[in-house]
Design a protein around this ligand. Structure first.
Ligand SMILES: Cc1cc2nc3c(=O)[nH]c(=O)nc-3n(C[C@H](O)[C@H](O)[C@H](O)COP(=O)(O)OP(=O)(O)OC[C@H]3O[C@@H](n4cnc5c(N)ncnc54)[C@H](O)[C@@H]3O)c2cc1C
Length: 245
């Protein structure tokens, strides 16, 4: 069985298709529809992690097709924009993320992902009383020009700030500025281990079994909601609460 994954378009960082490495047999292919026409695997991951991802693909015997997008899809496979035909019983198309269509009901400016533009309090500026957060919001997360990604890492903290600020607004007490300076990425590479990077430059910090253990901890502990206990829930919802990595 062959599976085909097309890389996300429009600036998403290509984690989903890189992560699908844990599926043993598939084809990666780059889209030709954006200015990111690239001959590289997971181009947005950067030069540091990329060789490790390529090595993992090689180790797992995964074929790649770069520089060509999906031209058409039918029940027996796909045809690429370069004319190549790939017979496939299963096709996984991971062509990028989009904000929930409910965002279109808010009369405000949105970005390419459909996310509402928000200010540093996570307010939708043009619509009084409306806050947006998580995948629905485009928010600056530091003073260095970085913006929150559509990720659990950002959504959990943004949710705490947005909830706090909406309540503060109603109570007439000061709101807090959303900020989230730390940024890490942990990419599962299936049988080939995992990859952990720190910072927006994605500097590789851990690989192999150590990174894999961290990934498992992230998936089973860190991204889980707190226990249904008042003190734990309130501590977790504190905007300044940070899970140090
Ligand atoms: C396959 C996949 C893998 C991912 N892996 C990772 C990862 O490894 N690491 C990472 O950081 N991020 C990952 N993400 C992204 C991450 O899941 C999201 O960024 C995060 O969940 C966003 O949180 P949110 O609260 O904004 O939205 P969501 O978690 O999507 O929550 C929105 C909620 O609103 C509900 N809802 C929708 N419409 C309505 C409606 N009309 N009325 C009421 N409720 C509604 C939905 O049911 C849902 O429960 C992944 C996403 C996907 C799809």
């Amino acid at each position: 069985m062959l599976r085909l994954i097309e890389r996300p378009c429009d600036g998403t960082y290509g984690l989903i298709h890189a992560r699908l490495i844990s599926i043993t047999e598939y084809v990666l292919c780059d889209t030709t529809t954006t200015n990111e026409i690239s001959g590289d695997i997971a181009p947005d991951m950067g030069a540091g992690p990329r060789p490790l991802i390529e090595e993992a693909l090689h180790k797992l015997g995964i074929e790649t097709r770069l520089g060509a997008g999906v031209a058409s899809l039918d029940k027996s496979g796909v045809t690429l924009t370069n004319g190549e035909r790939i017979e496939s019983a299963t096709v996984i198309w991971a062509a990028g993320m989009r904000a929930n269509p409910l965002t279109t009901q808010i009369p405000a400016e949105r970005d390419n992902f459909g996310r509402l533009l928000v200010d540093d309090r996570l307010r939708v500026q043009s619509v009084p009383g409306v806050y947006a957060t998580g995948d629905a919001a485009r928010a600056a997360c530091d003073d260095a020009g970085n913006y929150a990604l559509m990720s659990c890492q950002h959504a959990t903290r943004m949710g705490a700030f947005a909830g706090n600020n909406a309540a503060a607004d109603l109570l007439g007490v000061p709101t807090r500025r959303y900020h989230q300076e730390g940024y890490v990425t942990c990419l599962d590479l299936g049988e080939a281990g995992a990859l952990f990077t720190r910072g927006w430059e994605r500097t590789v910090e851990m690989i192999g079994a150590k990174a894999k253990k961290t990934k498992q901890e992230i998936n089973t502990v860190w991204i889980y909601p707190p226990k249904a206990e008042r003190a734990a829930a309130l501590a977790s919802a504190d905007p300044e609460h940070v899970t140090e990595v």
